[in-house]
Design a protein around this ligand. Structure first.
Ligand code: ZN
Ligand code: ZN
Length: 244
């Protein structure tokens, strides 16, 4: 039966990004063109947050991390966040292509496993309930579920709560983001004890300035987590955040 289903609904025959037919032996079901176009964050990354460094700046840390300490211990991301990655993640986030959680989550889990962090559990960055209703799912929680399953860690999708609805932040500067996120997150009182003395892996789909991850990290540490590591599928380019 398995073989028959595979014949009727072949897996891995189409590129995950551009839908071109591919040789199913391609890793992660991406065609060679897409593999080349995607800006993988494998080397030349910020040792604190994991984003690709501005190679012309010649700095050890990205602009955001150089501007101030982050409360999380370390971060990792799979890719940059240019036109190609934005289009790809846009389908996952807004076009109801929830199935993309599996391949994207697998890539992210393998990226995290390479860091060998001593992790105890996985928590996603939450969406405000009204936004989750309009979008039908929280893409960060879909990713974190796949990551937790693949890394064989407990998953607490409802540990963090978004208690304040914030504006879409893509046009705000880092300073504006920080002030608008203050008090935006809280801990679910039913979950507080699960996180005590635990090293938490915090997952989001996109890392921009690190303000969201930092605010969530502070809440997790405040309720007794021993350390927080962060990971996102993609991270915005390393540029001076005030100009974003
Ligand atoms: Zn492709
Ligand atoms: Zn950084």
């Amino acid at each position: 039966m398995g073989e028959l289903l595979e014949w009727i609904y072949p897996s891995g025959l189409y590129c995950l990004r551009c839908n071109k037919p591919i040789d199913r032996r391609q890793p992660y079901s991406l065609c060679p063109d897409c593999v080349k176009q995607i800006n993988w964050a494998n080397s030349g990354v910020c040792p604190r947050c994991g984003r690709l460094l501005d190679r012309y700046a010649g700095k050890e840390f990205c602009h955001d991390c150089a501007a101030g300490e982050k409360p999380f211990l370390a971060g990792a991301v799979c890719t940059g966040y240019g036109r190609v990655e934005r289009e790809w993640l846009h389908s996952f986030k807004y076009r109801n292509q929830a199935w993309l959680k599996e391949p994207l989550g697998q890539l992210l889990a393998e990226r995290i496993a390479a860091e060998k962090w001593p992790l105890n559990c996985v928590v996603p960055v939450p969406l405000h309930p009204s936004r989750q209703r309009s979008r039908s799912y929280n893409q960060a929680a879909l990713l974190s579920a796949v990551v937790a399953r693949r890394l064989e860690l407990p998953h607490f999708p409802d540990a963090l709560l978004r208690i304040k609805k914030t504006e879409a932040m893509s046009r705000l500067s880092a300073v504006e983001r920080r002030s608008c996120l203050t008090g935006a997150f809280g801990i679910n009182p039913l979950r507080g004890t699960c996180l005590q003395h635990k090293a938490v892996l915090l997952i989001d789909d996109i890392y921009t300035t690190g303000s969201t991850m930092s605010e969530c990290t502070k809440v997790l540490l405040g309720c007794g987590a021993s350390a927080v590591y962060v990971a996102a599928f993609a991270a915005a380019a390393d540029i001076r955040s005030e100009s974003i």
